[in-house]
Ligand binder design. Sequence first.
Ligand SMILES: NC(=O)c1ccc[n+]([C@@H]2O[C@H](COP(=O)([O-])OP(=O)(O)OC[C@H]3O[C@@H](n4cnc5c(N)ncnc54)[C@H](OP(=O)(O)O)[C@@H]3O)[C@@H](O)[C@H]2O)c1
Length: 248
Amino acid sequence: MNFSNRVALVTGSSSGIGAAIACELASGGAKVAVHYRGNEAGAHAVQEKIASGGGVCRIYQADVSDAGQAAALVKQVQGDLGSLDILVNNAGTTRDTLLMTMKEEDWDVVIHTNLRSVFTVTKAALRSMVKQRWGRIINITSVVGLSGQAGQSNYAASKAGMIGFTKSLAREVASRNITVNAVAPGFVPTALTDLLSDEQRAGILASTPLGRMGTPEEIAWAVAFLAAERSGFITGHVLTVDGGLVMA
Ligand SMILES: NC(=O)c1ccc[n+]([C@@H]2O[C@H](COP(=O)([O-])OP(=O)(O)OC[C@H]3O[C@@H](n4cnc5c(N)ncnc54)[C@H](OP(=O)(O)O)[C@@H]3O)[C@@H](O)[C@H]2O)c1
């Protein structure tokens, strides 16, 4: 896919799915803003991988659960790289526990990181996309936002919220040639899913028709597809990439 002359910001691209998305977009020629919160070494590893493939990127640090830092991140990327054409809201976290034992902080951290950040970052990025009458916004939700999951009411609420946000914004900005879509991964081995027990893993595999977990690269491919010039007639869509786990 060809992303030359495009600038992309991938939030949370210091590891896992975000790192694979950053590499995929850079391999198509996009100038990529690689973003991290705490994993600076991971961001540098992604930068090295992109550079070794002849790609271009810059590294940015911000805690996107903090509205001020999230908005400043977008401004900095636009200032340094000249524009922001493709925004991938990927940063995410979990604080799993049953609702009976969930602390208010567990709720707030997950909602602020996964959902409020999408509002803040997207709002900051939107004005220039509207002006240039071109943009791609891709939100990384989860199959859990579609199906729910015991022990993840905070996470599922944040991911379902992203889907409502995606569809609403898609309607708002369609006339400006900006598409807004969501990708809903199934289970992909990353730092985020490291905490799963063997029993949970076995349960997931048993209910996944393809009988395996996905790879970050398979999620990145779906994101690149939605970001492509030729995907301009797809908006407000939720693309599950889950081995058939959640079939509508
Ligand atoms: N893995 C799966 O099975 C799966 C399934 C469905 C959806 N997803 C979604 O995919 C996305 C990526 O997750 P992953 O599995 O690749 O996990 P990961 O490897 O843990 O990556 C999470 C990324 O989010 C960043 N991040 C977390 N909190 C942040 C904050 N407050 N401010 C800025 N950045 C923050 C992390 O940055 P630092 O490490 O630098 O702090 C990291 O780069 C998430 O939105 C997740 O919900 C994953």
